[in-house]
Design a protein around this ligand. Structure first.
Ligand code: C5P
Length: 219
């Protein structure tokens, strides 16, 4: 039986940075579940499918293959790791994530990976739906201002020039869609521990999480 560590929380709370570092420290496989939804979103955009066209997106899923290899995300055999980080994909990614057929495909990919190795998975529903029996669950939070500033730094580092207030608006909108959707909404699992990352460095956050993991795994 392999170990799964769940890292959930809203957009920009620091999940992926922390989860990646934890996976590296423990030599676990890192699953970026958001990247799977982003890949679906990218394909829908490329195909010109409207985000409100649920049937169109479900139909598209029938000939869609998403895979992780060497920390990269492949969509139908093509490395899309950079493209899925664009602001357009971010802004639209919560729409395909509302569709239960899309979530089922993304869930299967993650559960398949976890059958053969220890994993750290980050997302919105890992501790509640994907790995409800995970021994270790984190729920990371931070104020919307702090989260928007982090996203802005990432985007503007790649040469873009977005405004903080637009980023706050986009994050608030994604949070609202993610936490109010019918299937697997963003929600803290009852047995998750909450990590507030406001004002903390990533080093402090990761060492707090690794201390907790160490205690849980060696209990
Ligand atoms: O985490 P990230 O920002 O990459 O996620 C992109 C989108 O995918 C989120 O806005 C959310 O709607 C969706 N998502 C989800 N469940 C997950 C991970 C991501 O619904 N486990």
């Amino acid at each position: 039986m392999y170990t799964a560590i769940a890292v959930d929380g809203p957009a920009g709370a620091g999940k992926s940075t922390a989860a990646k570092r934890i996976a590296k420290a423990l030599s676990y496989f890192y699953i970026d579940s958001g990247a799977l939804f982003r890949a679906v979103t990218l394909k829908a955009i490329q195909r010109g499918i409207d985000m409100s066209d649920t049937l169109g997106i479900i139909h598209m899923m029938k000939d869609t293959v998403i895979d992780f290899k060497d920390e990269k995300v492949y969509l139908d055999g093509k490395d899309v790791s950079v493209e899925i980080r664009s602001n357009n994909v971010s802004a639209n990614s919560s729409y395909p994530a509302m569709i239960s057929e899309v979530r089922d495909v993304v869930a299967d990919i993650q559960r398949e990976i976890s059958k053969t190795r220890n994993v750290v998975a980050d997302g919105r529903d890992i501790g509640t739906t994907i790995f409800p029996d995970a021994k270790i669950k984190f729920f990371m939070i931070a104020s919307v201002e702090e989260r928007a500033k982090r996203r802005l730094l990432e985007l503007n580092a790649s040469g873009k020039n977005y405004e903080l207030r637009d980023m706050i608006e986009q994050i608030n909108k994604r949070d609202r869609i993610d936490s109010t959707r019918v299937v697997s909404p963003l929600k803290k699992a009852d047995d998750a521990i909450e990590i507030d990352t406001d004002g903390k460095t990533i080093d402090d956050v990761v060492s707090e999480m690794l201390d907790y993991i160490d205690k849980r795994l060696n209990k």
